[in-house]
Each structure stands twice: as structure tokens, then as C-alpha cells.
Design a protein around this ligand. Structure first.
Ligand SMILES: C[S@@+](CC[C@H](N)C(=O)[O-])C[C@H]1O[C@@H](n2cnc3c(N)ncnc32)[C@H](O)[C@@H]1O
Length: 122
């Protein structure tokens, strides 16, 4: 379902509020990559978040194993603090706290874009 939603709205930037072990993040990122292929010259970016350090560590390993670390990153900590300020994202808060998450998501894109968490396609 997450894959289909991201494909349906042609999102290339997605924020996920609560990533757990990163499985949903992999679906979101795969959809973003497919959207990038449909929109040559664009970049894609997925920023997840996870409160629990153990889950964050496993999720990060899962992203690396899937070969998605250059386009997706999961921030450790409370998303409400980590995502303090994101300009209107095209994406969605997967865990359902969208209304509260949107203002907080804005800073994540600014910060992670500077950190190079993105992948360009030609
Ligand atoms: C129901 S799971 C969602 C997992 C995943 N997004 C999925 O769709 O399969 C919710 C996750 O959000 C995390 N979480 C809860 N509050 C959070 C917060 N304030 N900031 C970041 N993560 C949070 C929990 O630790 C848990 O792993």
C-alpha cells in the first residue's frame, strides 16, 4: 500500500514518522526510486525516524543491505524533535501522525539534503 501511494502521487521526497525496522522504509524508497526513473533528472530522498535505538540500528542495517543508504536515511530519536521545521513534503507520515508530523518534517529535508542523503538520476 505504501508503495502504491507514493507511486500514485509521484513523490520523490518522503518523510516517515516511525520507521521501526525499516521494512516500510524500503517500500517507500523503492517507490521513490521508481518515480525517479519516470522523471529523469530529478533526485529522490526518503527520511525516516525511529525512537528506539535497537530498531534504528536494525533499520539502518536493512537499508544498507538493500543498497538504499544513499537515498534513504533513518534519524534516531523523537521525530517531533528531529523534524522540527520540513518545507511542504510530497511524502507522508507512514505511522499516521501526519498532522503533527508535517511541521516537524520540514527541517529534516533541509538538514539531510545538506548531508547528501539523496540520489540523482540522469
Ligand atoms: C507501528 S510502528 C510503524 C512501523 C513502520 N512505519 C511500518 O509501517 O511498518 C511505529 C514505530 O514508531 C516509533 N515511534 C513512536 N513514536 C515515535 C517518535 N515520536 N519518533 C520516532 N519514532 C517513533 C516506534 O518505536 C515504532 O517503531
Amino acid at each position: 500500500m505504501l508503495y502504491l501511494i507514493v507511486r500514485a502521487i509521484n513523490a520523490r521526497r518522503v518523510v516517515e514518522f516511525g520507521s521501526s525496522f525499516g521494512i516500510s522504509t524500503i517500500y517507500l524508497t523503492t517507490a521513490v526510486m521508481d518515480n525517479m526513473q519516470s522523471n529523469p533528472g530529478t533526485f529522490g530522498q526518503v527520511i525516516g525516524s525511529e525512537l528506539e535505538p535497537h530498531k534504528h540500528a536494525v533499520a539502518t542495517q536493512n537499508l544498507e543491505a538493500a543498497g538504499l543508504s544513499d537515498i534513504a536515511k533513518i534519524l534516531l530519536g523523537d521525530a517531533m524533535e528531529r523534524f522540527q521545521t520540513v518545507e511542504a513534503p510530497e511524502g507522508l507520515g507512514a505511522a499516521g501522525w501526519l498532522e503533527g508530523a508535517l511541521p516537524a518534517c520540514r527541517e529534516a529535508f533541509k538538514t539531510e539534503a545538506e548531508a547528501g542523503c539523496r540520489r540523482d538520476v540522469g
